[in-house]
Design a protein around this ligand. Structure first.
Ligand code: COA
Length: 254
């Protein structure tokens, strides 16, 4: 059985973590297959947007596979020459469709996505400290950058979970919907993004992510570089032509 289900619907990829018996806990198989899937999504010109979710009714993902934990050696990690292909290293948008438990590495995975939406049954948290560990998939760095620091610190230091409404209040997710509308809402957002010019979308995502760590002047220069590039594309002229001719644009990603 695949640890990650990979479906393609038109320009949209649906990537589903598939280990429901362990609440989609992230073991080596899921990590490997997710990486392979993200590489295919990145390199496939026909795919423009991805949705990441978890199978079953109970969890997006309950985080790292605790049962596979081994003692560490204490050695500092080498900087990887080939980091895993994460959603925030690909310039195509990725939407996290979160339901049930979204904990530890599961939340950290969702934090690499661009848009996060939650079902009303979602429970989010970084419970690693509950088991004598700590967030290690970027949680200590991304969470305090994405939501108020005191809220992030409380989540990371208490190990307590927050529910979907609290996540919405802190801007950790952009919408909360009934569980049975989660995937249709994610598809709706993905389809909306697919109707836009894909090269403008990708340049926007790259500018958001790379610009985040820059000074404002450097970020504005990056934006100007991206704008200069998008203006050279066929899609840019197609968008303007379609507007003038009062028709739907036919973007080719060129
Ligand atoms: N790693 C490995 N297995 C996990 C897991 C994880 N992170 N989270 C859940 N599972 C397994 C459970 O061991 C159980 O397996 P079993 O049926 O073989 O006993 C199954 O998934 C169902 O989980 P269970 O604990 O029985 O469900 P619950 O409703 O009582 O509790 C949670 C749900 C999410 C609160 C609880 O499973 C939990 O705390 N998980 C760990 C979350 C965590 O600390 N994540 C960060 C890891 S660093």
């Amino acid at each position: 059985m695949a640890a990650v289900i990979y479906e393609k619907k038109g320009h949209i990829a649906i990537i589903t973590l598939n280990r429901p018996e362990a609440l989609n806990a992230l073991n080596a198989d899921i990590h490997r297959e997710l990486n392979e899937t993200m590489v295919d999504f990145r390199d496939n010109d026909d795919l423009w947007v991805a949705i990441l979710t978890g199978t079953g009714d109970r969890a997006f993902s309950a985080g790292a596979d605790i049962k596979g934990f081994q003692p560490g050696t204490g050695e500092a990690p080498q900087r990887r020459s080939e980091p895993p292909v994460r959603a925030d290293t690909i310039w195509k948008p990725v939407i996290a469709a979160i339901h049930g438990y979204c904990l530890g590495g599961g939340l950290e995975l969702a934090l690499t996505c661009d848009v996060r939406i939650a079902a009303d049954n979602a429970q989010l948290g970084q419970p690693e400290v509950n088991i004598g560990f700590m967030a290690g998939g970027g949680g200590t760095q991304r969470l305090p950058r994405f939501i108020p620091r005191a809220v992030a610190a409380e989540i990371l230091l208490t190990g307590n979970r927050i529910n979907a409404e609290e996540a919405l209040r802190w801007g950790l997710v952009s919408r909360v919907v009934p569980r049975d509308q989660l995937m249709s809402t994610a598809m709706e957002i993905a389809e909306t993004i697919c109707q836009r010019g894909p090269l403008g979308i990708r340049a926007t995502k790259e500018a958001i992510i790379r610009g985040y760590d820059m000074t404002l002047p450097d970020g504005l220069y990056l934006e100007a570089e991206k704008v200069a590039y998008v203006r050279t594309t066929d899609d840019f002229m197609e968008g303007a032509r379609a507007f003038a001719q009062k028709r739907t644009p036919d973007y080719k990603g060129k």
